[in-house]
Design a protein around this ligand. Structure first.
Ligand code: OOG
Ligand code: MG
Length: 257
């Protein structure tokens, strides 16, 4: 028997101390189901320390991300309030190991989600949508992992910045995405890269949540997954992401120590 709780403790400690570790599966192979149990147990540790759950994120919803990381399945993880950084604010990089940033679309739910939704129903469960960026930070050395490892690591979740909320659900399907680092374009693409339509992330999230026997409360965030590959996030940098017709979001990085 694998001690899933001990694995959760290892990955949680790596995140807490910003110290990279070897892939968990290198010493103890486990299944994808077990990976989600480890993920859940590591999130419970955060909740126990006082963090609160604010929503879920999907990963590998675009080909660009799958190709960059060498995996081919959609995954999901949890977001907590400690991950949230301010739009237009300054983000200290001390809490990360080797952060990367990626452009995303973030949804805010208006109703509880407790069953698989269809594409037609999805927008009725939404309060707002915003341009966003996710800061991902694998707890594994060299940012390398198997699918099971990255799921156990809560899908590399580390930070997020959300731009102004809007009701612009139309036109989301194929909107241009540009991410700039100090004014230079480092990633560009389209929201169509996210499952063909970012709204489909609501359908996928609802299916995954229902499958796990869980309920997502109204007022939760759903991060749809990156439209492009992720970009390394340096210190003293200004990052700006524009999603055409939706809006923009930005932040500046620094180091405390
Ligand atoms: C895993 C997280 C993937 C996305 O948006 O596709 C993800 C990783 O790339 O480390 O957040
Ligand atoms: Mg992401």
């Amino acid at each position: 028997m694998i001690d899933l709780d001990a694995q959760a403790e290892r990955i949680d400690a790596a995140a807490r101390h910003a110290e990279p570790i070897a892939q968990l599966t290198a010493s103890t192979p486990f299944s994808l189901d077990d990976a989600y149990v480890i993920q859940r147990a590591s999130i419970e540790r955060r909740i126990h320390r006082g963090e609160s759950m604010i929503g879920v994120k999907l990963g590998f919803t675009s080909r660009a991300k799958m190709i960059q990381m060498g995996v081919d399945s959609l995954i999901w993880g949890w977001l907590t309030d400690a991950m949230l950084d301010e739009d237009g604010g300054r983000v200290a990089l001390d809490r990360f190991i080797h952060p990367r940033v990626e452009p995303e679309v973030c949804f805010l739910t208006s109703r509880e989600i407790d069953r698989p939704l269809t594409m037609l129903e999805a927008s009725r469960y939404l309060e707002a949508v915003a341009p966003a960026m996710e800061i991902i930070d694998s707890r594994y050395r060299d940012f390398k992992f198997t699918l099971e490892d990255v799921v156990a690591d809560n899908c590399s979740s580390a930070g997020l910045v959300i731009g102004p909320w809007t009701k612009r659900f139309d036109g989301l399907r194929n909107a241009g995405v540009t991410m700039r680092l100090d004014g230079r374009i480092v990633q560009a693409g389209s929201t169509a890269a996210i499952l063909g339509d970012p709204l489909r992330s609501i359908v996928q999230a609802s299916r995954l949540i229902a499958q796990s026997g869980l309920v997502l409360p109204a007022g939760s965030l759903i991060m749809a997954g990156a439209a492009t590959a992720a970009h390394p996030l340096p210190v003293d940098a200004h990052v700006h992401c524009v999603i055409n017709g939706l809006g923009s979001t930005e932040f500046t990085t620094y180091r405390l120590s």
